[in-house]
Design a protein around this ligand. Structure first.
Ligand code: ATP
Length: 462
């Protein structure tokens, strides 16, 4: 199998969308052979160059790499929004196995024997195609770290891959990462294992409607989402009454339906009523997988990466101007601290965050930016159950007053006394387990709790 990886063909102002360019390329390849699958791979959401969701695309096909390269290059040339100087498309084509006449071209062609992942899951394209460990490692880094154009160029050069670049060539980073994604996360049926792939069925608008308001029947979206939940998730936000599957950008997408089951996402897409659909394509994706979260420690975090951290709430959550909620979070030894934030767009999630108290043990997940962890989800491990308060007078029931330093408490009216503070149970508005931002605030790559596979009970938002 040949793998075509592409990225960075769209522009915030001029529209377009790399998923759409990939779908057009897939059509052209279908005229010449078979297309096995389309991958929509979300890369590090903290990357500053992204247009929106940092998506990169890959196409797996049996068309020879020479032909696939020509076809993809011409399509990018025609369709990429290169008028925008911030659009820097990249294309990488990885030759396939023995059936591909161009697979062994070039002095630097991948060495099948050196870097194969022997997973049988790769047999249908990867193992025999000589997918480099380096390529898989590149894909893993692209989801959690920051790579440079030089990193991409070095790998392309070393492996002898066919590639093309426009503008500054930045798109080759995503193109390579998308091309390596199947090898990086060999598919599996378990949600908790690395090869966790989900689906998105994208319906595209007719070209003449691009940039105009979308006509989608809200009720049909809510009804279709309900019918297939929880196999299909993040279609709507019931709490906010929002159709989150419908974008607001000038891009060609009418709606994108995400879920665990291909048939279910396609049924939901078909059931939604609205303006005519020009085409529909289903992608395998790493959306909803938490692939961006790395295990970390409070003292070791770096800006621009996302982590899963264990520790203790160390200050009471405070709501600041704009409705953003902040608290400090300490590592288990209480030695290092980081600020955690639930920003206003996370809506009702902020109530869960405000319910935390100093001393609660939690696992906090999110991206670190400017030294602050932007919470995407957290797990309550241990809640503070009691607090020490001034005792109440056994005669009148009122709170006793301090009798002075180290002199206990007294009720001035009744003359009763107590030695010191007493323990009182606290009513907590949280339970043990995972809490998450609502669908309207979900990052593409973040895993909705309803998907399961978490290490504690879950409290899914829908
Ligand atoms: P859309 O969601 O509409 O497809 P986008 O948000 O994916 O747009 P791009 O236009 O693709 O944004 O821009 C992202 C750019 O960042 C690409 O050039 C890509 O190669 C690059 N990139 C992706 N991941 C990384 C990374 N981990 N380190 C450095 N650069 C990256």
């Amino acid at each position: 199998m040949t793998i075509v990886g592409l990225d960075d063909t769209d522009s915030r102002e001029h529209g377009m969308c790399t998923t759409y360019v990939a779908a057009l390329i897939a059509d052209l390849l279908r005229d010449r052979g078979r297309v096995e699958r389309l991958l929509l791979v979300r890369l590090n959401p903290a990357v500053e160059h992204k247009t929106r969701g940092n998506a990169a695309l890959a196409i797996h096909t049996d068309v020879s790499s020479d032909v696939a390269f020509e076809v993809a290059r011409d399509a990018i040339e025609t369709h990429a929004a290169t008028d925008d100087e911030r659009t820097n498309p990249g294309l990488v084509v990885i030759p396939g196995g023995p059936d591909d006449p161009s697979a062994s071209d070039g002095p630097n062609a991948p060495d099948d024997s050196s870097a194969l992942d022997d997973s049988s899951a790769l047999d249908d394209f990867g193992a025999s195609a000589g997918v480099h460990d380096a390529l898989a490692a590149f894909a893993r880094s692209a989801v959690r770290e920051h790579l440079t154009i030089a990193d991409a160029e070095a790998l392309v050069e070393h492996a002898g891959y066919r590639s093309a670049a426009w503008g500054d060539g930045r798109g080759r980073i995503g193109a390579l990462a998308a091309a390596g994604a199947w090898a990086a996360w060999p598919p599996s049926s378990s949600h908790t294992s690395p090869g966790d792939w989900t689906y998105e069925c994208i319906s595209y608008r007719e070209r003449e409607r691009w940039g105009t308001p979308r006509e989608v029947d809200r009720d049909s979206v809510f009804a279709a989402a309900e019918a297939e939940y929880p196999a299909v998730w993040d279609t709507v936000d019931r709490g906010e009454g929002e159709t989150v599957c419908v974008p607001h950008t000038p891009c060609p997408i009418l709606h994108g339906i995400r879920g665990d089951d291909r048939g279910a996402v396609e049924r939901v897409a078909r059931a939604i009523e609205g303006e005519p659909v020009a085409r529909r394509d289903t992608f395998l994706t790493n959306q909803g997988t938490d692939a961006h979260l790395a295990p970390g420690t409070v003292d070791g975090v770096l800006d621009g990466r996302a982590y899963r951290l264990s520790g203790t709430v160390s200050t009471p959550p405070e709501t600041r101007q704009g409705g953003h909620v902040f608290f400090d979070f300490a590592d288990p030894d209480g030695e290092y601290e980081i600020r955690c934030a639930a920003f206003e767009p996370t809506k009702r999630f902020r109530d869960r965050v405000r319910a935390l108290r100093p001393g609660d043990r939690i696992t906090a997940c999110g991206e670190v930016a400017d030294g602050t962890l932007k919470l995407e989800k957290f797990a309550v491990r241990d809640l503070v159950a009691t607090e020490r308060v001034a005792p109440t007078c056994p005669d009148c029931g009122r709170t006793m007053k301090s009798a002075g330093r180290d002199q206990g408490y007294r009720c001035r009216d009744c003359g009763t006394a107590a030695a010191g503070k007493v323990e009182r149970g606290i009513e907590r508005d949280l339970e043990s387990g995972w809490y998450e931002v609502p669908p309207c605030a979900r990052r593409h790559i973040a895993k909705p709790l309803v998907r399961g596979g978490f290490d504690a009970p879950t409290h899914p938002e829908r």
